[in-house]
Design a protein around this ligand. Structure first.
Ligand code: FES
Length: 82
């Protein structure tokens, strides 16, 4: 019950934020999904999480400009091999 209460508070506190995250990637698709086999990642892969990269799903550094313009704090997901 406490968990449900906290979840409902979390979501209702976010109800003022209904803008789209994805402004231009693959807009003809109902859902944009990318899948990679872990074996195909060489030393390091850097994936975009801000949806502003021109090389999506890979990060091209566009998050820096997005953060400057919006006050956001997003950055990429980096997957490395040891
Ligand atoms: Fe989107 Fe870097 S360009 S996270």
């Amino acid at each position: 019950a406490v968990g449900t209460y906290l979840l409902s508070r979390y979501f209702s506190s976010r109800s003022d934020s209904k803008e789209k995250v994805n402004l231009e990637v693959d807009k003809d698709n109902a859902k944009v999904v990318h899948s990679f086999d872990i074996e195909d990642i060489s030393k390091k892969a850097v994936y975009c999480r801000c949806w502003r990269s021109k090389k999506f799903p890979y990060c091209d550094g566009a998050h820096t400009k997005h953060n400057e313009e919006t006050g956001d704090n997003v950055g990429p997901l980096i997957i490395k091999r040891r």
